[in-house]
Structure formats: C-alpha cells, structure tokens
Design a protein around this ligand. Structure first.
Ligand SMILES: Cc1ncc(COP(=O)(O)O)c(C=O)c1O
Length: 352
C-alpha cells in the first residue's frame, strides 16, 4: 500500500473471486456458477453489429435495452436501471441508501460481496445467522432497522424462500429497505419483481451472468419504485454514466427477445442438477436442495478442503469456502451432463 492510499478505505477487504485457470490445464471449471452454454446466437450477432459503432458513445440510459426489459418484465422503464453486472448495481444501491445510521443487514452465510461492499464504504453491518439447516429465518430480522440484503435463492446454500414469504417480510416494516438479490431466480424460484409496483421499500436485482450466459459481458438489472431508481441513478450518473457498453447493451436486448433459448438452457441445467444431486446422494453426500445452478454438498468420507484440493490436482475446479459453518462443504456449479459425469467419475476415484 502506498503512503497516499486514502484512509477512507481503511476497512476495504477486496472480494476474492473464484479462481480463474492460469497455467495449469483445467479440464473442468465448475467454481464460479457460469453457464455451460454459450450466449444466444442472436445476442452474439447483436454484439458484433454494435461493435461496428463504438466510435460513438453508447446510450448512457440504455433506452433500447430498457424498452426490451420493460416489455419482458412488464414494468415501466422508470422502474428499471442497469449496471455493469449485478455487483455494480449492489454497489449503487448500498452507496445510495446505507450509512452510519442505516446499517447493512445480511445473513452470516451469503454472497460475500455484501461484506466486501460494507468494508469498502465503512458501513455498519448486522450479521444474522441462518438456521442450523442453513434456511433463512425471516422472523430473525424483525425489529432491525436498515437495509436488508437477501440473496433469494441464497448463495452458496442454494436454498430459497417463496415470493409469498418475501412479500410478508417486505410488507411487515415499510421503514426497512429490502434488497432481494435474484441472481439465480431463473433456476427454479419465484421472482419478487411483480412486487416492485406495490412496495416502495423494495429493490430487486438480477444478473445476465447466470441464466443468460453473459458473465463476461457484465450486465445487471435493478427494479424498484421510481424514487429509489432515481436515487440510484444519481450515484450511477455521478460516477460512470456510460457503465454499460454498447455491445453488452445490444446483447442484453437480443437475449431478452430470445427467451426460448434461455428457458431451454435453464431447464436443462435444472434437469442435470436433479440428476447430479441424486448421484452425489447415492455416494453418501449431503446435498442441499438447490434452486440455483450450483449445489452445496458435503460428505463424511472426505473433508471439503481435501476434496477441493484432490480435484484441483486433477484439473477440476470447484469452490471451497474457508468459512466456519461451511468449511466441510463444497459448492459445485452445474455444467453439462457430460461435464458432471466426468466430475462424478473423478469424485469416485478420489473417494477410493
Ligand atoms: C448472489 C449473487 N449476486 C450477485 C452476483 C454478481 O453477479 P454479476 O456477475 O452480475 O456481477 C453473484 C455472482 O456470483 C451472486 O452469486
């Protein structure tokens, strides 16, 4: 650290992304919940077309993309905004609404970027433990004032609450701001987006990284009432108004118009998840009931870190979290059936 580094960031603890293969031969990469299928051919064509026009600035309000999203999600454009990935939208929301008197409130086991952002902005945090079985007990948040961050489905557990449960929670205290992070919603859960027009204390975020195969293009979407969106737009437009580039914007609109492609891929990933979970259970693993494109699993036969390391030595990356309550587990992204078969063969060999 240089002597010029601002004391404002004294509490910053950079996020640790899943490993990106470097050097060694990686046979299987199942550690960052990427989609095994390429983006829709229509989205690729749209990006190529947009690339020919990058001599002019992109539309900083993403109007075409917003129109496509407005039609797809059935909400007016004023209730929608975009970020350079969901992570950026989370940052906009946290910067806009949390402060010393309005803490961030989130579960002990959840997406670790919430804690990263809390540190970056030196925000007070209230951490609420999940139940013993890793389920989210919404009643434990009763009486807490601040901005609640709920990944639904949660990561890395994969467990989810229904829309009705979330609605009761949002309605229970209008002074509490609830951000529902729906990064994995397309893999089997109900979205809270339809609640946005009913509640002015709700923000829903989604990403195009998972169900829409656009992780490397960086596109996230936020939904909220107009007032909340306007506040977050102040933050966005005061930093980098051109945050979503033309290629990404064009891809996003095209993929929303090619929903059949997304639905087909999600259905296949869910099918493989069901089959793979069954196979793991047959090997003696405890597998949480996932509504996402990953599973969290453990076995008494080998420690979480040991399994992760043994597979890594074979060129297979899965995710191990060195965190107290989940250190015996591994998070495994769902790839194609062929990839998961190869993984299973390797797990069986390691267990021998
Ligand atoms: C719960 C959750 N929210 C948000 C994100 C970030 O998504 P994006 O790639 O759009 O920044 C992730 C990524 O893994 C995630 O797991």
């Amino acid at each position: 650290m240089s002597r010029f580094f601002s004391s404002r960031y004294a509490n910053a603890e950079p996020y640790k992304p899943g490993e990106q293969p470097k050097g060694q031969t990686v046979v299987l990469k199942l550690n960052t919940n990427e989609n095994p299928f390429p983006p829709s051919p229509r989205a690729i064509a749209a990006a190529a077309e947009a690339a020919g026009r990058v001599n002019i600035y992109n539309d900083h309000m993403c109007r075409d993309l917003k129109a496509a999203a407005s039609e797809y999600f059935g909400l007016p454009a004023e209730n929608i905004m975009f970020g350079n990935g969901s992570d950026e939208n989370l940052d906009f929301a946290i910067r806009a609404f949390a402060d010393d008197g309005f803490p961030l409130i989130f579960p002990d086991i959840t997406y670790s970027f919430y804690e990263t952002l809390a540190g970056l902005h030196s925000l007070p945090q209230v951490v609420v433990p999940l139940a013993e079985d890793f389920s989210l007990r919404l009643e434990d948040y009763r009486g807490l004032k601040g901005m609640v961050l709920i990944a639904n489905p949660n990561a890395p557990t994969g467990l989810a609450r229904s829309r009705a449960e979330m609605e009761a929670f949002i309605a229970e205290d209008p002074e509490r701001l609830v951000l529902v992070d729906e990064a994995y919603v397309d893999f089997g859960n109900e979205s809270c987006v339809p609640l946005v027009s009913k509640y002015d204390n709700l923000i829903v975020t989604m990403t195009f990284s998972k169900s829409r195969s656009m992780a490397g293009a960086r596109l996230g979407i936020s939904f909220a009432c107009k007032e909340l969106i306007d506040d977050m737009e102040i933050i966005r437009n005061s930093g980098n108004p051109y945050n979503v580039n033309s290629m990404t914007s064009a891809m996003g609109a095209a993929i929303l118009q090619d929903d059949e492609y997304t639905r087909k891929n999600c259905a296949e990933i869910c099918r493989v998840r069901g089959w793979f979970s069954g196979e793991l259970r047959a090997l003696g693993f405890n597998v949480l009931d996932s509504r996402t494109n990953f599973v969290l699993a453990r076995t008494d036969k080998i420690g979480g870190k040991e399994l992760y390391e043994a597979l890594k030595a074979r060129g297979i990356l899965i995710r191990h979290f060195n965190q107290e309550r989940i250190k015996d587990y591994n998070r495994i992204s769902i790839g194609t059936e062929e990839q998961m078969k190869l993984l299973l063969e390797n797990i069986k060999e390691v267990l021998k």
